[in-house]
Ligand binder design. Structure first.
Ligand SMILES: [Zn+2]
Ligand SMILES: [Zn+2]
Length: 136
């Protein structure tokens, strides 16, 4: 689930992308996102080496590196809907929790099944005893 975190966070500075100028999600030619601040530290010789996949992207100027508008739309959408204070880390954590929750439910279900199995067994025994008693 590491990927979900990296969707909302800059790989370089580990800060959440924002819709403001300093941490805008920029998109490199390879498709990976880096914030506008980190992009300026990586831009050298009109080239950026992607910190994720190491591919080189070339641009005449730093202003030519496009902003990832789709990601901004997604951030704005989540801001409006899910949380009042948008916390991407929080969302990512919740995604991480899902497998844990599923296995917890499975464990609980097993416990419940064991509990009822035991009760059914006891009831069967009780029925048998009553039947045997009546027969005698
Ligand atoms: Zn950054
Ligand atoms: Zn890349």
């Amino acid at each position: 689930m590491q990927e979900i975190n990296s969707v909302f966070e800059c790989t370089i500075c580990l800060q959440s992308f924002t819709t403001e100028e300093d941490h805008l999600p920029k998109i490199l030619a390879c498709g990976h996102n880096i914030c506008s601040k980190s992009v300026s530290t990586l831009f050298e010789d009109r080239t950026i080496k992607c910190p994720v996949c190491r591919k080189l992207s070339k641009y005449d100027s730093i202003d030519d590196i496009p902003t990832d508008c789709k990601l901004i739309t997604l951030i704005q959408f989540l801001k409006k809907t899910t949380y009042f204070n948008f916390a991407p880390g929080l969302i990512a954590n919740e995604f991480k929790e899902i497998p844990k929750i599923v296995s917890k439910i499975q464990r609980e279900n097993k416990k419940i099944k064991e509990f009822y199995d035991l009760r059914i067994l006891k009831l069967k025994k009780a029925c048998k005893m009553i039947l045997e008693h009546n027969e005698a």
